[in-house]
Design a protein. Structure first.
Length: 214
C-alpha cells in the first residue's frame, strides 16, 4: 500500500489524465463515427468515397504511427496545440473509424422499406437518417460501441510516450523513486480496471434500457 499512499497525488494526476483523454476522445470518436457512417450510406458518391477512405486509412494505420503523425507532424505545418489536444485528436480519429463500421452494421439491420416509406412521405435523406434509421441502428450496436470505447481507454496509454499526463506514465516517476515495479503496475492496472468497468456498466445500463430485446 505504501506505493499508493505515498504517491497518491502522482496516481491521482495520472488517473485524471487518462479519464480526461478517454472522455474527450470518446466524444470526438462518437461525433466523427456518426458523421462517417452517414457519409458511407449517403446517396452522394463523393461523400461515400470520403467515408470509405477515412475508414480504410485509419483502420489500417497503427495507432502509434498516427500519434507520431499528429503530435510531431502537425506542428511542422504551423498547427501548435497542447500535446493533450493532439492526443485527443489521434485517439478520437482512430477510434471513429471503428465506431463508423459498428454504426454502419447497425444501419444495415434496419429494413430498407422504412427508408423507402420515409422518402415516399417527402422526407429528405438527412431527416430519414437522423429520425428513423440511426436511432434504430444505435439500439443494435450499443455493445460493440461500448467495447470500442473500452479499447480507446486502454489505447490512451500510448499518449504517455508523447509527454501527455496519463496513468501508465506514472510508473516512470515511481520507478525513479525506487518503488517496487510490481506494485506500481498493480495499482496502475487497478486504475484502468476502474475506468473500463465504469464504461462497461454505463453501456450495460444503456443496453438494458434501449437495446433490442433478443
Amino acid at each position: 500500500m505504501d506505493v499508493l499512499t505515498d504517491n497518491w497525488s502522482v496516481y491521482g494526476e495520472g488517473f485524471l489524465g487518462t479519464v480526461e483523454l478517454t472522455v474527450y476522445s470518446s466524444l470526438l470518436a462518437l461525433v466523427l463515427g456518426f458523421l462517417m457512417a452517414s457519409f458511407r450510406v449517403a446517396p452522394v458518391r463523393a461523400l461515400r468515397a470520403f467515408g470509405t477512405v477515412w475508414v480504410t486509412v485509419l483502420r489500417n494505420t497503427p495507432l502509434t504511427l498516427l500519434f507520431f503523425a499528429v503530435l510531431l507532424g502537425l506542428p511542422r505545418f504551423g498547427l501548435v496545440l497542447p500535446f493533450q489536444v493532439f492526443a485527443v485528436l489521434a485517439l478520437g480519429c482512430y477510434t471513429s473509424a471503428f465506431i463508423c463500421e459498428a454504426l454502419r452494421s447497425g444501419i444495415n439491420t434496419v429494413p430498407a422499406g422504412q427508408g423507402e416509406a420515409a422518402r415516399s412521405l417527402g422526407m429528405t435523406f438527412g431527416q430519414t437518417l437522423g429520425s428513423i434509421v440511426l436511432p434504430q441502428a444505435f439500439r443494435t450496436v450499443i455493445p460493440p460501441v461500448g467495447s470500442t470505447l473500452i479499447a480507446l481507454a486502454k489505447n490512451s496509454a500510448i499518449a504517455g510516450a508523447f509527454s501527455v499526463t496519463e496513468l501508465l506514465g506514472t510508473y516512470r516517476t515511481l520507478n525513479e523513486l525506487g518503488y517496487s515495479i510490481i506494485w506500481t503496475f498493480i495499482w496502475i492496472a487497478l486504475g484502468y480496471l476502474i475506468i473500463t468497468l465504469t464504461i462497461s456498466l454505463l453501456f450495460h445500463v444503456l443496453e438494458r434500457r434501449l437495446g433490442v430485446a433478443r
